[in-house]
Design a binder for this molecule. Structure first.
Ligand code: G6Q
Length: 548
């Protein structure tokens, strides 16, 4: 095992240097040629795990590239860091915390320790309480203040306490209780709350206040508004007890809000916000799809954890995907990664991954606090196919930027419209094919293209894609897919030698906002001490804001 301290800096390490030299030799390689010279390529550059199939053959790589990338992962200590994570070591060094989201989906019999304590029994205790509560709400045993059963569930939370629950609800709609309504309020913009509640009956509405800290400005503001909405609507302070539950690590804050400890579902400081959709933060998901489906989702996560921990790096899905991101990000200079799920229910998946990837790996210093001399996390973006094909795909096909894309598809539809599913999947395969192989001027001419149009119609191809295929978008498949990306992000972070589990960058703006709030609201003209632009904007806002 190579100790971190004795390792050379990333860009001067032997494996990096070898990759750099290799890159010079293959950077102009064309996918068309690579496929022509290796008839088996589409079969060999594939990997499978936890029910997911990855075809990475349409990447600008050779077998040697994979060998060198895997050597880089080994040299940077991926296996040791992975073992350290699973062993509960405090790999979130800047916050001195274990990183144990893998414990959230460990089977009951497993033992995973943080600070010498096996955390798995506590995980299952919370899961069992969540299951009881979910069953009570779904079955109508849990009643609102006026005795009516709950029909509407609103999750109030932001960032990691919002994106996962909303994404999972959308993804698993087909498995959800259709007679109930599920909504998600994140933005401090009062319009979000107003829109989520405008057509709902308070007597039938349950709020889940999801906040690890129970101090987040947006969530606390929306929770206070929700409290007032219930109290006004049901004309009783006591109604709060039956219309609010909390998911948090801050028992004191929850009690102060008026939520009984029995109605609080806890989690732990070793669960990062963006890694928490499978903790109690997933309570809305569990109420929507029911405890057995939630457990199937956890089983999918766990299966991918096992694959990540045990499969050889050369056949390890998250490792391969993480290394391919490093390849394009650091050697080809690609700035972004496109996420294109060919599943309408995954419409929030790109936004979910945006946080997972960009909050985790958008870092400018390494674990020792030194500024890095290489690129770290790419910009992640995307939209479901086929929608994106009719808008921004143009730039991916013919623009001047290299945009590696992950395309995700399922072999079986959730809807009854099988033919439309074939159309959807035909488009997925066609796009990956078109991006890789394009269309040359010669081909166009042969097909009778008008000469004046030919240059505009040429698609150079050589645009890389990963193609992820699963049988069906089930709870299990969703769990495996999310875990795939969690460990993909982990792999990248290890190579870049950064802390993928902190998020100090979001603090500054939050602190400044707290300072500005009274300046916007004070009755007397405040003495503004910002820059001239901020001062002038605040003055203009005060003049135009109206109201009291
Ligand atoms: C995620 C981040 C962040 C966090 C939100 C909400 O990894 O830490 O997105 O989830 O700021 O925080 P609370 O859950 O504490 O309200």
């Amino acid at each position: 095992m190579t100790e971190r301290s004795s390792r050379p800096p990333l860009t001067s390490s032997p494996a990096w240097q070898a990759l750099q030299a290799h890159y010079e030799g293959v950077k102009d390689a064309q996918l068309k040629q690579l496929f022509a010279t290796d008839q088996e390529r589409g079969e060999t550059f594939t990997a499978e795990g936890a029910g997911l199939f990855l075809d990475y053959s349409k990447n600008r790589i050779t077998a040697e590239t994979v060998r060198l990338l895997v050597a880089l992962a080994r040299e940077r200590g991926l296996e040791e860091r992975r073992a350290a994570m699973f062993a509960g070591e405090k790999i979130n060094t800047t916050e001195r915390r274990s990183v144990l989201h893998v414990a959230l989906r460990a089977p009951r019999r497993a033992s995973i320790e943080s600070d010498g304590v096996n955390v798995v029994p506590a995980v299952h205790e919370v899961l069992d309480r969540m299951a009881d509560f979910s069953n009570n709400v779904r079955g109508g045993k849990w009643k609102g203040h006026t005795g009516k059963r709950i029909k509407n569930v609103i999750n109030i939370g932001i960032g990691g306490s919002y994106l996962g629950p909303e994404m999972a609800y959308e993804a698993l709609r087909d498995f959800s209780r259709r007679s109930m309504t599920f909504r998600f309020v994140a933005n401090v913009d009062g319009s979000a709350f107003a829109e989520a509640t405008h057509d709902l009956d308070p007597a039938r509405t349950l709020f889940i206040i999801s906040s690890k800290t129970f101090t987040t400005l947006e969530t606390m503001a929306n929770a206070a508004t929700a409290r007032q909405w219930i109290v006004d609507g049901l004309k009783s302070e006591e109604a709060v007890a039956k219309h609010f539950v909390a998911v948090s690590t801050n028992a004191e804050g929850v009690a102060k809000f008026g939520i009984h400890p029995d109605n609080m579902f806890g989690f732990w400081d070793w669960v990062g916000g963006r890694y928490s959709m499978d903790s109690a933060i997933g309570l809305s998901t569990m109420i929507a799809v029911g405890p057995p489906n939630f457990r199937k989702m956890l089983a999918g996560f766990h299966e991918m954890d096992r694959h990540f921990r045990t499969a050889p790096l050369e056949h390890n899905l998250p490792v391969l995907m993480g290394l391919l991101t490093v390849w394009y990000n650091n050697f080809f200079g690609a700035q972004t990664v496109g996420i294109m799920p060919y599943a309408d229910n995954l419409k929030r998946f790109p936004a979910y991954l945006q946080q997972l990837q960009m909050e985790s790996n958008g870092k400018h210093v390494n674990l020792e606090g030194h500024t890095v001399d290489y690129q770290t996390g790419p910009i992640v973006w995307g939209e479901p196919g086929t929608d994106g094909q009719h808008s921004f795909y143009q730039l991916i096909h013919q623009g001047t930027k290299l945009i590696p894309c992950d395309m995700i598809g399922f072999c079986q539809p959730l809807s009854a419209y099988r033919h439309q599913h074939d159309l959807l999947m035909a488009n997925l395969f066609a796009q990956a094919e078109a991006l890789a192989f394009g269309k040359s001027a010669e081909q166009l001419t042969e097909e009778g293209s008008a000469p004046f149009q030919t240059p505009f119609r040429v698609c150079e191809g050589n645009r890389p894609t990963n193609l992820i295929l699963a049988e069906k978008l089930t709870p299990q498949a969703l769990g495996a897919l999310v875990a795939l990306y969690e460990h993909d992000v982990f792999t990248q972070g290890v190579v870049w030698d950064i802390d993928s589990f902190d998020q100090w960058g979001v603090e500054l703006g939050k602190a400044l906002a707290v300072r500005i709030i009274p300046e916007l609201e004070s009755a007397s003209e405040p003495a503004l001490k910002h820059d001239s632009s901020t001062n002038a904007l605040i003055r203009r806002y005060r003049n135009l804001r109206g109201g009291s």
